[in-house]
Design a protein around this ligand. Sequence first.
Ligand code: PBG
Length: 311
Amino acid sequence: MRSLVREVHLHPGALILPLFLCPGEGVRREISSMPGVFNLSIDEAVKEAAEAAALGLGGLLLFGLPASKDDQASGAWADDGIVQQGLRALKSQASKLLLIADVCLCEYTAHGHCGVVRRDGEHYEIENDASLELLAKTAVSLARAGADIVAPSDMMDGRVGVIRGELDEAGFDQTPILSYAAKFASSFYGPFREAAGSAPQFGDRHTYQMDGANLREAMREIDQDLAEGADMILMKPALPYLDVIHAAREQFDVPLGAYQVSGEYAMLEAAFARGWLDRERAMMETLISIRRAGADFIVTYFAQQAARRLS
Ligand code: PBG
């Protein structure tokens, strides 16, 4: 009877699994702050994708660790970039899964910022408009390699419009944009930066990611991204920002996802390892809470575990 009267449900098709692709072969390197999450070479990622598809997951969100980094983030937009190669392999071998490619520069720049940086001694500035060009180039290159959706997470102003324009120009007018419209400058991204090797080498991300105190500003960011042509929006982090997810759901009638980020995962795994929380119950409770707040789909490192539980 509880199931019959339950207001929100979870299903594997609404879960998206992030994968971190790295060069090499047979590589499966666990991230120390995220037990059960790995840097995977493409051959290993293909195996992981097959398992994800068998579990009925909605899709994969792809990040890359390039062999080398530079100031122009060339690994992000190179035809043979790590994610581009991964997309081609996954497309041919795991075609059932939706492949979402993260669009950002931080994994590919030597300084670890999400945009182009101008430095003048101690002072530095993120060059918003110069970054847009590279981001659009990255999005087109990912679409060309087979991305079903591109997901800009850089938080530069105006990027959705520029990416939409360049995608259309290049003939990818059918490729949707999932915009990380409200992405807060959060301490909960810490473990991800270990996983993706993307911690900023100086300064922080507060000039482009949002202030966690600002809900109304988050609504303005979403409004802008939708006006520029975003097809769906992603909110992150999830659990500390359920009120923002809820407000977005009330205000915008578009597909809306939430990203249960690395720190949320790490925090729970740490408690599970100590036997302080019940793994299955706590995991499912966080996911259902994110759905209840209003997310249609959830990006989560628990995707496989939760899907197994659900089936
Ligand atoms: C890239 C990006 C980040 C995350 C997703 N895309 C890191 C950041 O902004 O520093 C974080 C995801 C997670 O913590 O799981 N800009």
